[in-house]
Ligand binder design. Structure first.
Ligand SMILES: [Fe+2]
Length: 273
């Protein structure tokens, strides 16, 4: 395998719903998965894992779940429920608050499914905390932020686990779907230490953290887990005509002179490092 990052597109193409699914492969034959998308994204994820590993039953060294929303963890639920013999994995890393907390600000059923499935993978669970460092697949992951249950607004998004790692000499930061409140806390605690080469843009690139957080991260490369309609804020009426703030975020990043922004408008993204 090569040192690669794969950002996977929705199962039903670039017009599909926003979701988040990443695979990291290393030249030491290690594999890390981050989130995975909706239930329907499980089979394409497994297919991609077979493809990149060349194994009929791929092995994942670490599976990181950012937060308990269906566009992030439902593929994992689907796999442990219905595809358990199609992939092996070591630890599953996450920090989810209770289902009651997750359901405070939305009705997403994903946390209920996740906790229902927990006996299927309980022996592999690693609950992460802010300040932890984990070596996964030969890469050191630093946990920068985990759920702060004093946030009542946007509760599940603000429970996103934020982490950074250095891979092939480049620093990456993953923000999950972190919201404004969590972003300000992150910025207050780390400031300019957030500086990274690659940034997974919070909440698919809109309505996530504030511009100040991105200024501190000051990335060269951005991952927008956004299909075409979200990338262009277009619900069928043209460019920047709907309610999402993706174009606003894109303008922030243009001011920071990012070298390249990756999105899901053209299908899966593969970055070889
Ligand atoms: Fe999301």
């Amino acid at each position: 395998m090569k040192n690669c990052i794969y950002m996977l597109a929705p199962y039903n193409g670039t017009s599909g719903r926003q979701m988040m699914s990443f695979i990291i492969t290393t030249d030491k034959e290690k594999v890390i998965v981050i989130d995975g998308g909706y239930r329907a994204d499980a089979e394409p994820l497994l297919k991609k894992l077979r493809e990149v590993t060349g194994r009929e039953v791929p092995h994942v060294d670490g599976w990181i779940l950012t937060h308990a929303h269906n566009d992030h963890i439902w593929a994992f639920c689907e796999i442990v429920e219905n595809h358990r013999d199609e992939v092996t994995f070591d630890e599953v890393y996450y920090n989810f608050p209770s289902a009651q907390y997750c359901l405070r600000s939305d009705n997403d059923p994903a946390p209920l499914d996740f906790y229902h499935d927990l006996p299927l993978f309980a022996d592999k669970v690693c609950i992460v905390s802010q300040g932890d460092r984990y070596r996964i697949g030969g890469i050191d992951f630093d946990i920068l932020y985990t759920s702060d249950q004093s946030f009542y607004e946007n509760s599940t998004n603000n429970s996103s686990t934020v982490f950074s790692f250095t891979f092939c000499g480049k620093k990456f930061i993953f923000l999950g779907d972190l919201g404004e409140e969590g972003g300000l806390k992150l910025l207050g605690e780390y400031g300019d230490a957030l500086k990274s080469d690659y940034c997974q843009m919070a909440h698919h690139g809109q309505n996530g953290v504030t511009e100040e957080v991105y200024k501190a991260i000051d990335p060269q490369y951005c991952f927008y887990t956004a299909p075409l309609w979200l990338w262009n804020n277009d619900n069928g009426k043209g460019f920047d005509t709907h309610i999402w703030n993706t174009v606003k975020t894109r303008r922030w990043m243009e001011k920071l002179h990012v070298a390249e922004s990756y999105n899901l408008c053209g299908g899966d993204v593969v970055i070889e490092l």
